[in-house]
Design a protein around this ligand. Structure first.
Ligand SMILES: [Zn+2]
Ligand SMILES: [Zn+2]
Length: 294
């Protein structure tokens, strides 16, 4: 196991800021994510982000031309490590998003983002994730007579770009559509051969300011974690790992589906800390109790 030198650690909480400061970190992306990530890395860690042209599409695309065969976390890890080896960096950051519907409310779209920082020399992976409802994610099947004006305003076109796909095989006809003229032209051409089309939001960061904002939020979260280190072995990246326990119903005391506390852990040793819920909840309203409100 890797142990930081005592002299590097000192006893202040900025030890690993010192540890990574003034180092170059590779960003594995070709979607201008540096706009969201560079500043937090500089301000919190004094790290300079280096962006190299790296085709991340080989690991799958949102529009499905190249299918994603791994989970988003695995894809992110693979992408980051491949890029680091290719460009000769030992520090690398990458992110990966997936979009869908909230399982509890199918009318609400969600953006689930992972962001990873990897120290290749020590084989440390520090990761954070964020599930945000701040997203314009959406798509609709249209024909020549469909009124798309509501959809366009709902997905914030043209500040947010669109994609156009075949309904049958999801083949991409156009993406990065961010002005009305282009949209009209591609629709006119596509409807010559297709009766129906799939009009959707372009989720690539540089075409989607809302997603860029979520990535910024996640980057802030990640740098805070990188700068927080284990009280036992002093490795950086100490933070949330899982949840445990069940909160009980305020009325009948039965256990509910609400977790009790957060488990924070180290990326290197087994040291853990237990923290209360972020929302401070100690008992659950009977409305959510399976006994009181079956
Ligand atoms: Zn109850
Ligand atoms: Zn530790």
């Amino acid at each position: 196991m890797f142990q930081l030198q005592e002299s590097i650690i000192s006893h202040n909480t900025d030890a690993c800021i010192m540890f990574y400061s003034h180092q170059k970190v590779l960003l594995a992306s070709k979607h201008k994510k540096e706009q969201a990530i560079a500043q937090p890395f500089w301000e919190k860690l004094s790290c300079t982000l280096c962006v190299h042209d790296f085709d991340t599409d080989q690991f799958g695309t949102f529009t499905g031309e190249i299918p994603r065969s791994h989970t988003p976390y695995e894809t992110c890890l693979l992408k980051a490590k491949t890029a680091a080896l290719h460009h000769g960096y030992h520090l690398v950051v990458a992110s990966e998003g997936s979009f869908g519907r909230d399982p509890w409310n199918p009318f609400v779209a969600t953006d689930h983002e992972w962001m990873l920082f990897i120290d290749m020399k020590r084989n440390w992976v520090i990761s954070e994730q964020l599930v945000s409802m701040k997203t314009n994610y959406g798509m609709m099947t249209i024909d020549q007579h469909t009124d798309i004006s509501d959809f366009l305003s709902q997905v914030q076109f043209p500040s947010h770009a669109l994609t156009l796909q075949n309904v049958s095989n999801h083949a991409v006809i156009a993406k990065g559509i961010h002005d009305e003229d282009t949209l009209e032209k591609v629709l006119a051409i596509a409807f010559k051969t297709q009766a129906q089309l799939l009009l959707g939001t372009d989720m690539r960061a540089m075409f989607n300011p809302t997603r860029m904002g979520v990535l910024r939020e996640l980057a802030e979260q990640l740098v805070v974690r990188i700068a927080r280190y284990c009280a036992c072995c002093h490795a950086p990246g100490f933070g949330f790992k899982s949840t445990q326990g069940r909160l009980s119903c305020a009325d009948c005391g039965a256990p509910t589906s609400f977790y009790k506390e957060e488990v924070w852990g180290c990326i290197q040793c087994d040291y853990q800390e237990y923290r209360g819920r972020k929302d401070g909840l100690l008992k659950v309203d009977p409305t959510y109790c399976h006994c009181c409100n079956p």
